[in-house]
Design a protein around this ligand. Structure first.
Ligand SMILES: [Zn+2]
Length: 342
């Protein structure tokens, strides 16, 4: 089957052990279109979703072909790259050029992993999203987990994070995650100046927060003090990793990718663009002024859900979802302001 995503500068490949199934191909195509739609709203150059996507996601450092590789694999083989976890070598062809045995490291079974472009093990390699085996999906509890549009967009969020690093075009640092506190103090507040996501003032903690996401809760279990201890994957929180009372890079990187995911869905469908700071809108909007996909003005604090169930959360009059949207919008608008070819 010819992938329908070929108008995007995206190459779909496999390791020969796990084929792309038709529903996954549809999900990938839909995910690319959603991302392209979101980016198109910011681009002053592109008129098509494919072009809007390609201008951003093929931003080239000159060290690898400007494309995004999206790969389905099924392997438990450790090729001894970096740590003891499954590794793959991927061969593919793009624009008449053959790439052979490009190595990607440490992709655990049941998970997807995103890679920046650059040099690894002596070879140049493109940006990639690689998904290994039957994906874990605590939201539906379904076996044989497939790559969904949400999964793909979360992973593309990591890719975007890498490619917006500083300096411009450098894949070493993550632009979004740096903005959200990876190497600085950062605090996101709602319309009542209460913490939504960030470093906690006066402590070394950092939290993704439990309000303002497009779905929740983020926990399937909590300890006696109500702290989440077992993350729950939901559509708009694809990796709600918690680290209690400490600031870890992983929780910031995962929250940043989920912020990108929620931004994509809301911005690509919200008729109000560009987003405004609704905290100063008169009259103050109701929390339910947005009930579509992506950032919602809802709270799942203290909530838990079993596999296969959802909780509706509660209405959040302090507009935590709008606050998240306006913040990431401001950051991404800034990236466009400094990447004039986008
Ligand atoms: Zn992730």
């Amino acid at each position: 089957m010819t992938p329908s995503a070929t108008s995007f500068n995206v190459v779909l490949a496999t390791d020969g052990n796990q084929a792309w199934v038709p529903s996954e191909l549809l999900a990938v195509d839909n995910g690319l279109r959603q991302v392209g739609n979101a980016l198109l709203r910011y681009s002053s150059n592109a008129t098509q979703v494919e072009d809007a996507f390609n201008r951003v996601f093929t931003t080239n450092t000159g060290t690898a072909p400007g494309l995004v590789l999206v790969v389905r694999v099924n392997t438990s083989t450790d090729l001894s790259y970096v740590s003891a976890a499954p590794d793959v070598r991927i061969s593919f062809t793009s624009q008449g050029i053959s790439y052979v045995d490009i190595p990607y490291e440490d992709i655990n079974q049941g998970y997807c992993k995103a890679f920046p472009e650059g040099l690894f093990s002596g070879q140049v390699r493109p940006r990639a999203v690689i998904c290994n085996g039957s994906l874990l999906d605590n939201y539906t509890g379904a076996a044989g987990g497939e790559v969904s549009s949400y999964t793909l967009i979360h992973e593309l969020g990591h890719v975007f994070d890498f490619l917006t690093g500083t300096p411009v075009g450098n894949d070493i640092n993550g632009g979004l995650s740096i903005e959200f506190g990876l190497d600085t103090f950062y605090r996101l507040e709602d319309c009542s100046m209460s913490r939504v996501m960030d470093d906690q003032s006066g402590s070394s903690d950092w939290t993704r927060g439990e309000r303002g996401w497009g779905s929740g809760p983020a926990a399937s279990q909590r300890d006696g003090a109500g702290a989440p201890i077992a993350p729950l994957i939901t559509q708009f929180q694809q990796n709600p990793t918690f680290a209690q009372n400490i600031k870890t890079n992983e929780e910031i990187l995962e929250a940043s990718a989920d912020m990108f995911l929620n931004w994509v869905y809301r911005v690509s469908t919200d008729l109000l663009f560009p987003p405004v700071n609704t905290c100063v809108s008169i009259p103050t909007p109701t929390p339910e002024h947005w009930i579509g996909d992506g950032f919602l003005n809802r709270s799942w604090a203290n909530g838990t859900a079993s596999v296969g169930t959802t909780l509706p959360g509660s209405s959040d009059a302090t507009l935590s979802g709008d606050t998240r949207l306006f913040k990431i919008h401001t950051i991404i608008q800034g990236f466009f302001n400094s990447h004039l070819s986008w």
